[in-house]
Design a protein around this ligand. Sequence first.
Ligand code: PMP
Length: 369
Amino acid sequence: MSVGDKYTLADLPLRESLRGKSAYGAPQLQVPVVLNTNENPHPPTQALVDDVAKAVGSAAEDLHRYPDRDAVDLRTDLAAYLAGATGVPLTVDNLWAANGSNEVLQQILQAFGGPGRSAMGFVPSYSMHPIISDGTQTTWIAAQRADDFGLDVDVAIAAITEHRPDVVFVTSPNNPTGASVPVEEIAAILRVAPGIVVVDEAYGEFSSQVSAVTLLDEFGDKLIVSRTMSKAFAFAGGRLGYLAASPAVIEAILLVRLPYHLSVLTQAAARAALRHSAETLGSVATLISERERVVAALSAMGYDVVPSDANFILFGEFTDAPATWQRYLGDGVLIRDVGIPGRLRATIGLAAENDVFLSVSEKLAGTDR
Ligand code: PMP
């Protein structure tokens, strides 16, 4: 019982286009093994925790003042990190930051999508792309991936040429399927796209492919690369996403961002975490080798595993994926039913967590799964 609970959503003057839609809802359950939201399972080092606490402590002395609206110091640090990672000489004017890359994506659609405009993605892909499109009144156009879940660049180019979307999303590595899109194929898409191309590189640090950031100089009028500290950077709770683009794109984003959107605490904490990037990103190699171990073990059990360039795997096939998801949960392992028939997604965890996941998988392999 809550105050006002005699009213339901149907009683509210909700925008028609939102009726019948579902909110983003990865379950958040307290179970022993949590492998459902693609975080880095390695907790921050004590040195990082201490540095964040110190930085947040001194930032707190300024809590009576608004934060730096343009987050210049943080963007400068992000530019240095991304320049080092990609070899592209980025500066503060190429970087923008917000509360998670979801907010970055929303700001992109506020600036370049909106009523009368469209955004295209290649599904199955990240479920927030259509949800953020709905929220910004951008018409969502779903084009299909190939049967093996890879992006067929010829199909993509044909779909872009036919529909001429204002915004194209390319997720690389793709969530929930795992494979990256080679940078030459992204360049081919950029050549035909009439508007903005957002390359969502949330899992970029895990990828064996060159970052699309290397295309920025050539395609600065249309390319935006979005990234996040939520995955490899082990900072999902800190909420910090960013994008790399030409300075003109950053100028466009400034038109739609809310003033002071990044709190002084977030900016201080993210800068402290970035100072420890070398030690944090040391876990990437461990996770990749754990991924290879998990893939080999699942394959040996007879599962079909989609090749992954990220920190998660899509596997199957199951006659009833939701029922199998429930069985994993019954054994204390939370994975993800992403709505692809016959498939489930599992994040790569710590070795001990992966062992539990594999032993449940082995048990289920012998049943009618
Ligand atoms: N893009 C992709 C492809 C993702 O998988 C996610 C997180 N699941 C995000 C963006 C958003 O992450 P965040 O808002 O935490 O940066």
